[in-house]
Design a binder for this molecule. Sequence first.
Ligand code: HEC
Length: 148
Amino acid sequence: MQKILKIRKIALLAALSMLVIAGCGKKQGKAGKAGQKNPDVAVDSAAVAGQKIPYALKEGKRLFSHYCAVCHGETGDGSGQYYGLTPTPANFTDKAFMKTLPDDKLFKAINEGSASVGKSNMCPPWGKSFHSEETEFIVAYIKTLAGS
Ligand code: HEC
């Protein structure tokens, strides 16, 4: 009886140490991956900004519909369902307004919120929600909304 208990103890210890080893292995794998870019969004930023590659626009549209349309409207005209906002959400279909928003300002407004570009604080900062490439996708998509 005593012997069986001892064997059980050893088996348990062995199982535990296997778990620890497996756990360490996983950690190492994660650390290795941390330096790499997420393959889903690993797109050359210049290519995104300059050429508006279709993937960027498709992804930009998806993110815009999901996160922004509720206020800015599905077409970007500022007529989202939170229509009571003051000031009203920016109208991205307004060509004259869009001329006042160069890419870097648009990026900053999204990344750090509208207050960061001297507007109200009604548009929240999105920098912690998106990878910077994703924000560039949104910028590229928003720029198509006024029709160019
Ligand atoms: C809660 C509602 C709300 C949501 C959600 C929202 N916005 Fe806004 N946004 C606003 C309002 C209101 C303004 C106008 C702020 C002002 O003029 O002071 C604005 C303004 C902006 C501007 C213009 C800043 C400028 O310089 O005039 C940009 C760009 C913008 N939003 C991008 C986005 C993007 C991209 C998303 C989604 C990732 C988003 N917003 C989500 C409410 C919202």
